[in-house]
Design a protein around this ligand. Structure first.
Ligand SMILES: NC(=O)c1ccc[n+]([C@@H]2O[C@H](COP(=O)([O-])OP(=O)(O)OC[C@H]3O[C@@H](n4cnc5c(N)ncnc54)[C@H](OP(=O)(O)O)[C@@H]3O)[C@@H](O)[C@H]2O)c1
Length: 242
């Protein structure tokens, strides 16, 4: 996959695809926008978020502000965008239990539904290790429900990513992540593909899958675990550049 990605990108560029990104102000989203800006594989990229941020990107990349509670009202923004990248997410600590479910499940599903109705063919969803509709943990259950709901929508290609701990220089201070990364650092050092992944690798894996030719048969839905995502990225396993 990663070895063919250069030729896939060259072919993909000639096909005039357009994309949207939700969650583009987050850590995976920022890495994705940076990579998309560098690779220039899309004719147009629409970044859809709740707030505008300063970006140093080319003219093919534009930002639009949306209200995710009323995404149907912004349906026209998705018109002509055949590829979708979903990097949305929050934490229970930040948004509370209901707020977490709303963002990590309901906003994800609303994005999938509205974009599909407007002709989106490929959808790449950043989920998480442990996603499971039957889990007793709110986080894992919510992620599992987002995945299952997205599978029902019928994209030509649905790629679901289940990364482990994301490696990045997060602007926001998250105590849980700090403790976890401290505790897990020996494992991350010794086995860099096992339980963690740089956000740049998640971003590049999503891009490499999107540019691969579609089989044209029944809808494809594939789940990429942490190690698969490393492999698909074709990038070195450690560190985080920013
Ligand atoms: N952190 C980890 O180690 C880890 C591990 C595995 C999987 N994941 C999952 O990977 C995905 C990406 O993670 P990340 O760390 O890149 O996320 P992040 O940095 O927290 O960014 C999340 C994105 O979602 C947007 N968002 C949050 N609440 C919103 C709301 N109420 N309305 C509209 N947009 C909202 C944020 O916009 P604003 O900037 O406006 O808030 C931001 O663009 C998430 O689904 C996360 O659960 C994370």
């Amino acid at each position: 996959m990663a070895s063919e990605s250069e030729s896939n990108m060259e072919r993909f560029k000639t096909e005039n695809h357009s994309a949207f990104v939700v969650g583009y102000t987050g850590e995976v989203g920022k890495a994705l926008v940076k990579d998309l800006n560098k690779l220039k594989i899309f004719k147009k990229v629409v970044l859809l978020g709740r707030r505008e941020v300063a970006l140093d990107v080319g003219p093919e990349i534009e930002q639009k502000i949306v209200n995710f509670d009323k995404l149907e009202e912004h349906a026209d923004l998705f018109t002509g965008l055949d590829v979708g990248f979903c990097c949305l997410g929050t934490t229970r600590g930040k948004a509370g239990k209901e707020g977490f479910v709303k963002v990590d499940r309901d906003y994800v599903l609303a994005t999938a539904r509205v974009s599909k109705a407007q002709g989106c063919k490929q959808f790449a969803l950043v989920s998480s290790t442990g996603a499971d509709t039957n889990s007793f943990l709110l986080y894992s259950k919510t992620k599992g429900e987002a995945e299952e709901g997205t599978k029902q929508i019928g994209f030509d290609r649905l790629s679901i990513y289940r990364p482990g701990a994301l490696l990045c220089k997060r602007e926001e201070f998250r105590i849980g992540e700090k403790i976890m990364s401290g505790l897990l650092s020996p494992v991350i050092y010794l086995f860099p593909k096992s339980i963690s992944i740089p956000v740049e690798s998640v971003a590049r894996a999503m891009i490499n899958h999107v540019v691969a030719p579609l089989s044209g048969s029944s809808p494809e839905a594939t789940t990429y675990y942490n190690r698969d995502t490393h492999e698909a990225s074709g990038m070195p396993s450690g560190g985080c550049s920013k």
